[in-house]
Design a protein around this ligand. Structure first.
Ligand code: ASP
Length: 328
């Protein structure tokens, strides 16, 4: 029987770190672990990171620290973003992207893999196709683990960067109407974002094909927090009142029946014509990759925030790495 490690008394705790700091040596598994005060702290550190990147580009805050970037599912942005974040902080990265070529394909279990990697690295970033797998892995390692997406479950670091984007671009979150559009059933980024937004005074709209609604579990959690939410199957009614339109990709890889995917994949496409009905000062977000949901003709529209969103992600991930390693 495995006894979960006590990370607060881990033999790995490096001498001399600020051990009293919030999130020191903690796992980042779900947005449910954050309070609004935590977010203020993380975003304050992210601001400092942005300033340092602007001023010096790369610096030595995490010099000598090593990140294991363990990806069991494809990733471009999240893995590159964590790599860039670690390297801009002066640390280094063990990239493990093609897990099918590593021991997992030989049948090694996730617990064994993380118990091995913790001997090499100071922090582990993990993406895995199964909901709950990252939380399971965290039980087997004394090093901090960061969830980079667990199947259709959560993507907490994406939600943090999404929220940071809204704050930076709109100057506030309270009072905003946020419309989430696309694959709300399988899109883990909207599951995390909707939960995180319950810490604010917002109104949520969900627009999706009939077969891809926001899961009951997320809807129930949002309801419990008293946040107004409403589901629609067309964008027309809610676009003019939206301050943020958050578009997601239909998650082809989650469909058992590709015929179903083909039927719904192009149900919502945001074009310059569609955006005529949107507010002048709203923002259009997307976690990327996009596969046609937002027309490229919109990229020069000042409201198109998705590439700026990628940039904010770097600062948030730098902040998280510095925080869990006690150097913020
Ligand atoms: N990159 C995001 C994710 O990993 C969104 C997506 O893949 O559509 O969940």
């Amino acid at each position: 029987m495995h006894t979960p490690p006590n990370k607060e008394r881990s033999p790995y705790l490096p001498f001399g770190d600020r051990q009293d700091a919030p999130f020191y040596f903690k796992d980042i598994l779900s947005v449910k672990q954050f309070t609004r005060q935590d977010l203020d702290y993380i975003f304050a550190v992210a601001h400092e990171m942005a300033e340092m990147v602007r001023r010096v580009g790369t610096f030595d805050l995490l010099k000598g620290k090593i990140l294991a970037n363990l990806f069991y599912e494809p990733s471009t942005r999240t893995s590159a973003s964590f790599t860039s974040a670690m390297e801009r902080l002066g640390g280094s990265v063990i990239p493990i992207n093609e897990v099918r070529y590593s021991s997992v394909s030989k049948g090694e279990s996730l617990p064994d893999t993380v118990r091995t990697l913790e001997r090499y690295a100071d922090v582990i970033v993990l993406r895995h196709p199964e909901v709950g797998s990252v939380a399971l892995a965290a039980k087997y390692t004394e090093k901090p683990i960061i969830n980079a997406g667990d199947g259709i479950g959560e993507h907490p670091t994406q939600a943090l960067l999404d929220l940071f984007t809204i704050l930076e671009e709109m100057g506030k979150v309270d009072g905003l109407t946020i419309t989430m559009l696309g694959d709300l059933k399988y899109g883990r980024t909207v599951h995390s974002l909707a939960r995180l937004l319950t810490l604010y005074d917002v109104k949520l709209n969900y627009v999706s094909p009939d077969i891809l609604p926001m899961p009951d579990q997320v809807v129930a959690e949002v309801r419990e927090k008293g946040i107004p939410q409403q589901a629609y199957n067309t964008l027309d009614t809610v676009l003019p009142e939206s301050d943020v339109l958050y578009v997601t990709r239909v998650q082809k890889e989650r469909f058992e029946d590709l015929g179903q995917y083909e039927k719904v994949k192009s149900e919502f496409i945001i074009t310059p014509e569609v955006m005529k009905a949107a507010k002048e000062e709203m923002i259009l977000m997307h976690p990327l990759p996009r596969v046609g949901e937002i027309s490229m003709d919109l990229d020069d529209d000042p409201r198109a925030a998705y590439f700026r969103q990628v940039g904010y992600g770097l600062f948030v991930r730098m902040a998280l790495l510095a925080i869990v390693l006690g150097k913020a």
